[in-house]
Design a protein around this ligand. Structure first.
Ligand code: FAD
Length: 319
């Protein structure tokens, strides 16, 4: 429950937010899929969508994530998609290859989502969030009322769990040749961890709440492309998860990316003037890196339009 004081703070915060949104009211939105880019010689001049709408623009920034040619792997079951329940995107990769770009395939993965009502919380270790509150968004204000924080919980895999996973490695698309693309550096799958660190008898996992009003938990550390039945069997060997129910299994996803050596430091492509790439399309690994690249591409597209100097950060400045 919000205290009367917190409610007043919240209303003040919402009002400040509304004022900030008014300031960006010149931004138009359109929800659709881009099927192809529109070129004029070696310049990009716009995009065309599935609804046959053409948008003309002197600068285009592609932030397509894992959606270009996205293919999800649940054991031997393969489903096209950019993420679960979201369609993959086709056409842009072929067009860019025809324009001289070099494309490759990368893969990443995600863990099962756990139903918190099926977890024996007494067999996990509580881990509270940060005590200090540091805002990240420019929309935040120092006196912003703090949202109630939810804790995470720590648990561990064990040798029985590793044995189940090891026994099913030939069903893992990562190990049986079904996937041959490489992943960005971080977030190794649980099957990769038991192979790479074969001497370890346990790996730490975190149950992270997906939101304040849901029973869904993200099982950080247990990313997997193994068949769903194997994932569930392995999870059930962990004491806190003996009776586990899941919302959905983990999976691996392969997608098209473009070697970032084809970019200038502004993130504008070397081949096509006015075309910028940001985020996972460049083979990035995580949220923060993708967000940082979006910012750099956006600033530089804007600066170029205004005839201003490029905004380029050195390695020692961009941390
Ligand atoms: C399964 C999975 C798990 C991940 N887990 C983590 C994690 O735990 N931690 C972490 O830091 N990172 C994780 N990542 C990576 C992280 O999600 C990405 O690095 C980051 O979101 C990439 O940001 P982005 O802006 O490049 O793309 P995204 O956030 O993927 O956004 C791409 C957007 O482009 C839209 N789009 C794509 N193609 C088209 C088109 N043709 N027309 C119109 N719209 C289009 C999509 O609908 C989507 O909204 C995960 C990624 C995946 C797929």
């Amino acid at each position: 429950m919000w205290s009367p004081r917190a409610q007043i703070d919240r209303m003040r915060f919402m009002e400040q937010w509304r004022q900030k949104l008014d300031a960006i009211e010149q931004l138009d939105m359109w929800q659709d899929s881009v099927l192809q880019l529109i070129f004029d010689g070696e310049n990009v001049v716009g995009v065309e969508t599935a609804l046959k709408k053409k948008f003309y623009a002197p600068k285009v920034i592609l932030t397509v994530g894992t959606f270009l040619g996205g293919l999800m792997h649940f054991g031997s079951t393969m489903l096209p998609g950019g993420r679960v329940s979201e369609p993959a995107s086709y056409g842009i990769t072929d067009q860019l290859i025809q324009m001289g770009f070099v494309a490759g395939r990368m893969k990443t993965g995600t863990p099962a989502r756990i139903d918190g009502r099926s977890v024996d919380w007494s067999l996990t270790t509580l881990q509270e969030g940060d005590a200090e509150f540091n805002a990240f968004s420019f929309l935040s204000t120092p006196d912003m009322p703090r949202m109630p924080q939810l804790p995470c919980h720590i648990l561990y895999t064990n040798e029985e769990c590793h044995e189940i996973l090891r026994g099913s490695l030939d069903e893992s698309p990562l190990y049986n040749g079904q996937i041959d693309s490489i992943g960005p550096r971080y977030c190794p799958s649980i099957e990769t961890k038991i192979v790479t660190f074969a001497d370890k008898t346990a790996h730490q996992l975190f149950l992270e709440p997906e939101g304040a009003v849901t029973n869904e938990y993200y099982l950080n550390g247990f990313s997997s492309s193994l068949p769903m039945e194997t994932q569930i069997k392995a999870l059930k060997s962990i004491p806190a998860l003996r009776n586990v129910r899941i919302y959905r299994p983990g999976y691996a996803i392969e997608y098209d990316y473009f070697d970032p050596t084809q970019l200038q430091h502004t993130l504008e492509t070397k081949q096509i003037a006015g075309l910028y790439f940001a985020g996972q399309i460049n083979g990035t690994t995580g949220y923060e890196e993708a967000a940082g690249q979006g910012l750099i591409a956006g600033i530089n597209a804007h600066n170029a339009l205004k005839g201003r100097e490029p905004f380029i950060l050195g390695r020692n400045e961009a941390t």
